[in-house]
Ligand binder design. Sequence first.
Ligand code: GLC
Ligand code: CA
Length: 565
Amino acid sequence: MDKKWWMESIGYQIYPKSFFDSNDDGIGDLNGIYQKLEYLKDLGVNLIWICPFYDSPMDDNGYDVRNFFDVAKEFGTMDDVNKLIEKAHQLGIKVILDFVLNHTSDEHPWFIESRSSVDNPYRDYYIWHEGRQKDGQKIEPTNWGSFFGGSCWKYDEPTDSYYMKIFSDKMPDLNWKNEKVHDEMIQIAKKWLDKGIDGFRIDAVSHLDRAEYEDVKGSTDRYPLDWHKFSNLPKVHDYLKKLNQEVFSKYDCLTIGEVGGAASIDQGIKYASFDRDELSMVFNFDHNWCNNLHEVTSTKQLKTNVVLLKSVFNKWQESFKDIGWLPLNWLNHDQPRLMSQYGDYKFPKASGKMLATALHMMRGTPFIYQGEEIGMTNFPFEDVSQFNDISSVGTYRYHLEKEPDDPVKALKKAALRSRDNPRTPMQWSNDIYAGFSTEKPWMMVNPNYKTINVEKNLKDQDSLWYHYQRLIDLRKNSKYRDVIIYGEYQLLDPDDQNLYTYKRILKDQTLLIINSFSRKKLKYDLSSYEMINKVISNYQKQSIKNQTIYLKPYESIVFEVKEKL
Ligand code: GLC
Ligand code: CA
């Protein structure tokens, strides 16, 4: 295996709109990131992924790009981008940007041209189709549903036809069957890499090819969402190979594809194994669904399925063992907050640290999502009017349509997974608006900012923040560096419903990682190990008697061990 810089990096994801507002207009911006680079360096981060800041009408907070080479006014200017990249590099921090190539904004000049007439040179940049006739009415070419609710086709008056859009109406999908689209995207990627960025997180990359236009069958939904119609289809790989050949392989860059949803491990391997020459790694979301979400009612709470969670992580770790590399992330800007998903509000410090250790000791490149390092939580939504994200409103409506009598449950279900949760402003201090801005922010601040904030974490050597810093330091600078980065991963006790235990092994070094996902006191047998050293823990003192460790709630501990023969 060729070692690459990005295998040894520690990533941090920034959602610019919510990170830090430098000019007090209530909106996070590029200068805000610039001002917080030292903060990230102190944490130990040496790679940042910045979500889109390109010119955009902000229907989907910037994932609807109007101009790939311009900066949204609210975020700053191209000068700010240059300054940010330069300072990050001076501090030893690499920078990757979001590359959105499945769609543009409907306000992108290409789309304005494309929709204007059927023989416009840009017509084939997007996916157009005639409608069908049904009972004397014109309807969509297929019944396919979109990710954000409703049909994935939108009728367009000027040419009396439909365009495809698997996200929002304002995000028409690009037509990758058209090679001119490839050329445009190749130019865009090159231009940014030539500017000195270090790679891309590639948005929605699995959707670039479409199935035959046949209706989804067997669903009672008017517009059933069937991922298979536009996910992981064969041509995507041809497109990625081309991008790799013509751009990525010419730079020492990192490319991480977002291949969520229906991507199985086999598909993941196709995108990112070393011998495929497509992407460096892929983000998957299998570990984001390991609880009883589907059983949640207005009173029944979430519960983590530890056995499932372990099996998911294990499958990816095992499958990529010799043939590829993985990012390690608990969440991103589309997922609920980690503390609210798998943590325990009664034991925030212990459970937060345990979750951090459980992930950071695996093989791969860790990515921390902003605010994760201080244990930020989901927002306590009380009403659907509080949702800002378009997809949350869609989810609420979907559940309400299914059970019109239970709006409380519909709200709870939508709230638990709402993409607004990770997007509330970063909680820097207990000042007004959590120190994010002095003006009312674009998005509500979580009311718990007085107890959960950066300033408070930094004053307490025992805080979650310092635990993240220690984990990072172990991976970067300690004598365990190599075993943590490159060691073999071996799951232990797969059927234990409360403990997540695994080993990492490299040459003569073995780490034993024990994580309790329970409030209960538990014990764990250590008799097959000779204890050499305690590497990191979330309680100062351990209780070990007769070769058994007695674990406190959410106790997490890493030992260097030798296996007894
Ligand atoms: C990805 C992004 C998400 C966005 C979507 C459309 O899933 O992570 O935030 O809404 O793509 O660009
Ligand atoms: Ca601002």
